[in-house]
Design a binder for this molecule. Structure first.
Ligand code: MG
Length: 395
């Protein structure tokens, strides 16, 4: 075989298992690699990390001969890096079949990366670290044993010294010729290895142990699926959207102002087409801004007679529905009222209660505060009042 100057990385994912124990526990449903997990299947998650690493040249998925699940997954992943071959009865045989498939494609010293089909939580940083660390005798992702380890010995129980003990994870990486030779030797000796490193170690080689995340869990039992789902949820990027709003109304005829849906007695009213609630107007603009959905004037134009004297809480409820339709919810809102008068401190909690009811969130997520402008400017001269709002939205 030709020795290439650049050593490519080929991944093999043994996915031929029928998962008899797992399938039995789920009343005859799909093998574990095809179990639904966080909007995809276990195997899709296991493959995504490999497909996302630029140094991985191709990913060979070794399937059962009677597999019916793969075409749908291949269509969804839609990656030119994916190739398939038929696996064997045991994992060892399946990996060997993957190596035979690559025999005419990979160079003797290309790297072969083997990853369990049922390890869906491999993170990109661990994969990078493994590929950075791989050297002559290969490398294995592993996690140090932190628990005290017991061995059951008939009538006795013994404590095993955990010094130097690791749990072997996957991926594991070895040179093509090295791994092929090691697996053949193990088979000839009648030894069934539980991971590829075991076959390589038998030959007196010493793969590097690269510390990986303990979240790189293996799906063995049905209950492992909810652990994996929570890990995936925790580590995925959550979309966050920030928005700001500002509103001003001039004082005019009247005997009250409405702020945050609360009627507050005042010797003046506000000049406005609607009820002139600057708190709600600023908050609506902040949410619409975070949604990238224009502003309050676009959704509720003041030229529209329907909004004459309108209760602004109606606007807020419409904006809340748009936020929900976009799949986002309020993480928090911070509102500042700018006014010399009226004093609003006594009304802040009633305002927060109104806003939280309209937005369908806890009042604790909404902070309302007030300041004067030290008698400066139009607010300081008592000609009007204003409000500023900032919001953070998340999935
Ligand atoms: Mg306004």
């Amino acid at each position: 075989m030709p020795v290439l100057a650049t050593r490519r990385v080929w991944a093999i994912v043994p996915a031929a298992g029928h998962g008899v124990r797992f399938a039995a526990s789920t009343e005859g449903s799909a093998p574990k690699q095809y179990a639904p997990l966080h909007g995809a299947t276990v195997l899709e998650w296991s493959l995504r990390a490999l497909l996302g690493e630029p140094r991985v040249h191709a990913v060979v998925v070794a399937l059962a001969a009677d597999d019916t699940h793969w075409p749908g997954i291949a269509a969804r992943l839609n990656s030119p890096k994916l190739q398939t071959t038929i696996g064997g009865v045991t994992r060892q045989e399946t990996v060997a079949n993957g190596l035979e498939f690559l025999a005419t494609r990979a160079a003797a010293d290309d790297w072969i990366l083997v990853h369990d089909a049922a390890r869906p939580c491999l993170n990109a940083a661990d994969l990078e670290a493994l590929l950075d660390a791989v050297g002559g005798d290969g490398a294995v992702l592993a996690a140090p044993i932190v628990d005290t380890v017991k061995r059951e010995l008939g009538q006795r129980v013994a404590t095993v010294d955990r010094q130097g003990l690791w749990r072997a994870l996957t991926p594991q990486v070895f040179a093509f010729a090295q791994l092929r030779h090691a697996l053949k030797e193990a088979s000839l000796a009648g030894i069934t290895v539980t991971d590829e490193a075991q076959a390589v170690e038998r030959l007196g080689l010493r793969p590097a142990l690269v510390q990986g995340s303990p979240f790189n869990v293996k799906i063995t039992r049905v209950s492992d699926l909810s652990i994996a789902a929570n890990i995936l949820k925790m580590t995925e990027d959550t979309p966050m959207r920030v928005g700001q709003g500002f509103d001003v109304h001039a004082f005019g005829e009247g005997d009250h102002v409405i702020l945050g849906g609360v009627r507050i007695a005042h010797p003046k009213g506000v000049v406005a087409h609607s009820d002139g609630d600057v708190v709600i107007h600023a908050l609506c603009d902040a949410i619409l801004g975070a949604l990238g959905d224009g502003d309050i004037g676009r959704h509720f134009p003041d030229s529209d007679p329907r909004y004459r004297g309108a209760d602004s809480r109606v606007f807020l409820r419409v904006v809340a529905a748009r936020m929900q339709a976009a799949g986002l919810k309020l993480i928090n809102a911070d509102v500042t009222v700018l006014a010399e008068a009226p004093r609003i401190a006594a009304h802040c909690s009633a305002m927060a209660a109104n806003l939280s009811a309209d937005l369908g969130v806890s009042a604790q997520l909404i902070n309302i505060k007030a300041t004067t402008t030290e008698r400066l400017g139009f607010i300081g001269r008592g000609e009007g009042l204003a409000a500023l709002a900032s919001v953070l939205l998340g999935a």
